[in-house]
Design a protein around this ligand. Sequence first.
Ligand code: DGP
Length: 211
Amino acid sequence: TMPSTAEVRGALIVFEGCDHSGKTTQCKKLVAALNEKGIKTEAMRFPDRTTTIGKMIDGYLSNKCEIEDHSVHLLFSANRWEMVPKMKSMLEAGTTLIVDRYAFSGVAFTAAKEGFDMNWCKQPDVGLPKPDRVIYLTLSTEEAAARGTFGKERYEQTEFQQKVSTNFEKLKDPTWQEVEADKSIEDLHREILVITQNIIEESGHKPLQQL
Ligand code: DGP
């Protein structure tokens, strides 16, 4: 029978950052490039709008329905928890996961709302697999403005996004790596590819930690 665990586990790499920083584009290019190099890699994104919980979140984000702020915070967290068995089994089987947003977005976005305390916001995600590295994409204010206007989804407003950025700054720890995203898609991709290959090599023999 096939062994269910690889000798070397996959790395858990999360992308966070403000809107228009290019997270989604970079995640896609990175997954393709790593697989091409023979490093087994899969993409994940949160919120995952395909599940039952994800569909509720999608309705909320697209302003089709209202959900009380605490309640929706717990739904976003539940949407991450429901993926944990899949994440763990993939990592154990040696697959690296590239994740577009994670618990840090959860804290940064909800704590940007009136009356929310960062510590309260962190609690539902305590115990989730801890990323080996968070790649935090940053944009200068000028470049962010140059990248155009926001869409129609909830949270897509400049003032709110500024509060979110301030919150991300408070969440940084030594596992975060800040990468300036004010450059071409290809230049940024090359930089990220070098960084992630190092993380994958370093992480394989270390146990997975928890948030
Ligand atoms: P995206 O599909 O990456 O565009 O993300 C959808 C929006 O939801 C985006 O504005 C960020 C926000 N978001 C992501 N995760 C969470 C979360 O856990 N809690 C809250 N309140 N917002 C989140």
